[in-house]
Design a protein around this ligand. Structure first.
Ligand SMILES: Nc1ncnc2c1ncn2[C@@H]1O[C@H](COP(=O)(O)OP(=O)(O)OP(=O)(O)O)[C@@H](O)[C@H]1O
Ligand SMILES: [Mg+2]
Length: 229
């Protein structure tokens, strides 16, 4: 079924980067089906293309060729406006580097996507507060980004990604710079939210403990999927 909620299908994906006169083919042909509620870990060596794959799935970067379907919608056949709408409504992103806005506090950062989506200030802040409490930051709502620890910032990033209740959560090395205990708390949170909200979760990570918590795993080697389970 191509049109199921939260269902992701990747067909014949290729991504080539042009740098100066040289071309690098990073993704050399990937096919994937990720079902609703599935949690998938993407593992593989540094530079293999994990972030690139997530960016393409998240509509942040266009593939060189191949197709990506979300809910049966052929993403790269959409107009830029339609694509922006899908990105905003259906996809939550936790980046490798958190990209929070440093001059704003935790609550403002978390509410931002909901405001962009058109929720009233009251509703957006209400939802944001609920998500921040959910990630254990009840006492940090009005702390600015710089007044939060790395793990707290990463939890704000998770709250921000989930505030609009996406169908698809893409998390790129969400525990990259955290100590193992804080990392584990974020891992558990991602799994919990995946189960509770029924979202489709795709995580790129070097953290094998996190990878093993996902319902399936793929390993990228030389631009292709080498291992699936
Ligand atoms: N905009 C770009 N222009 C040129 N090359 C790029 C660009 N973005 C990524 N690359 C190259 O594509 C390759 C894959 O990068 P990517 O960031 O996807 O790797 P990764 O698997 O996420 O690595 P890491 O584990 O270190 O995060 C790298 O060799 C990188 O240099
Ligand atoms: Mg990466």
């Amino acid at each position: 079924m191509k049109n199921e909620w939260g269902h992701v299908i990747v067909e014949g994906l290729i991504k080539t980067f042009q740098t100066g006169s040289s071309q690098v083919e990073v993704i050399k042909g990937i096919d994937l089906t990720i079902k609703r509620r599935q949690s998938l870990a993407v593992i593989g060596a540094s530079g293999v293309g994990k972030s690139t794959l997530l960016h393409i799935l998240g509509t942040l970067e266009e593939p060189t060729s191949g197709r990506v379907f979300l809910d049966g919608l052929d993403l790269y056949q959409q107009s830029p406006k339609a694509l922006a709408r899908i990105r905003n409504r259906k996809i939550g992103f936790v980046f490798q580097f958190h990209h929070l806005l440093s001059e704003f506090n935790a609550l403002e950062n978390t509410a931002m996507p909901a405001l962009i989506q058109g929720l009233s200030r009251k509703d957006a802040y209400g939802e944001a507060e609920e998500m921040l409490v959910r990630v254990g930051l009840r006492e940090r709502l009005r702390h600015r980004v710089g007044e939060l620890s790395g793990g707290e910032q990463q939890r704000v990033a998770v709250a921000r990604a989930l505030v609009v209740e996406p169908e698809l959560l893409l998390a790129d090395e969400p525990t990259g710079n955290l100590d193992s205990q804080t990392g584990r708390r974020i891992n558990e949170l991602l799994i919990q939210l995946n189960e509770e909200k029924g979202l489709t979760t795709i995580v790129a990570t070097h953290n094998l403990e996190l990878a093993s918590m996902m319902s399936s795993q793929i390993r990228l080697i030389d631009g292709r999927v080498q291992e699936e389970r």
